[in-house]
Design a protein around this ligand. Structure first.
Ligand SMILES: [Zn+2]
Length: 279
């Protein structure tokens, strides 16, 4: 596995880290991919602090962690993380989906209860086999839903989505019926350089343990449990994200090789896999 951090650095500060030939210009930013372990990352941390203190400004605006696996690593993993690549809106709440907020945590806002079917706007759903709304509702094509049902994968719960305008296509909401515990090895935070647990009144790490951080930063580590071997699709009990407007903390989704096999056999679009670890 290779792990790199993509940073979009403000062009006016890029010379503090990079040679003129390094990185790719993107408007007012320079994008650069730095391997984890490179001493440049330590320098980024120092520059971030320095520019904050001296100019009350950001060194970089955006960062993301990218992992690339060999076929062998993915083929032999005992557990996989299912990563949904596309996000869309409007969210269910804006289209008439009802939620009971009284069940949600008063600290982090996780665990509200959906009441009844998921309502969405048909025309806003991306042309992928799987996608998620900004509020974390997972939507799946008829094709993908059928493939999972035919294979009798365990842990998959599907309910038809409702639309105000009649549609010839059917979409399903995907929910995991099994839940697993993340281990403390799973790292979450604002970004690679900032592990703040709260900011501007927002709570990123819940004292009650529901939400563990704003973004997932490491690979996923799951506590050993027979539930993992009894199911093909699972959600983590601990959530990632924040309560902000329509946004809510969301689970991480995990799946078996059987689930991945269906995705590969049917050329399912809109998702990718990372290796998850059982500890
Ligand atoms: Zn909470």
């Amino acid at each position: 596995m290779t792990e790199t951090i993509e940073l979009r650095i403000y062009k006016k500060y890029a010379h503090l880290l990079l040679q003129p030939y390094e990185g790719t210009e993107m408007g007012q930013f320079v994008s650069v991919h730095i391997p984890v372990g490179d001493t440049k990352l330590q320098k980024v941390a120092e520059l971030t602090k320095q520019i904050q203190e001296e100019h009350n400004d950001f060194f970089f605006l955006y960062s993301s962690i990218k992992r690339e696996y060999s076929k062998h690593e993915l083929d032999t993993a005992a557990l996989l993380q299912m990563v949904i690549k596309t996000t869309f809106e409007p969210a269910g709440e804006e289209c008439g989906t009802l939620y009971d907020e009284t069940t949600s945590c008063d600290i982090c806002g996780a665990n509200r209860k959906q009441i009844g079917p998921l309502w969405l706007k048909r025309s806003s759903i991306p042309k992928k086999d799987i996608a998620r709304t900004i509020a974390g509702e997972v939507v799946m094509s008829d094709r993908f839903a059928e493939a999972l049902t035919e294979t009798k994968l365990k842990g998959v719960s599907l309910e038809p989505i409702q639309f105000q305008k009649r549609s010839s296509e059917t979409y399903y909401q995907l929910v995991a019926s099994a839940e697993v515990e993340l281990s403390k090895d799973t790292v979450a935070g604002v970004n690679y350089f900032d592990h703040s647990e709260t900011s501007d009144g927002e709570i990123y790490k819940c004292a009650k343990g529901h939400t563990i951080g704003l973004n997932l930063l490491s690979e996923v580590y799951v506590e050993k449990n027979e539930i993992i071997h009894q199911n093909d699709f699972m959600a983590s009990r601990q959530k990632i994200g924040v309560k902000r407007g329509l946004l809510r903390p969301e689970p991480i989704y995990l799946c078996s090789q059987a689930f991945r096999n269906v995705v590969q056999a049917e050329n399912i679009t809109g998702l990718t896999f990372e290796v998850a670890h059982i500890v």
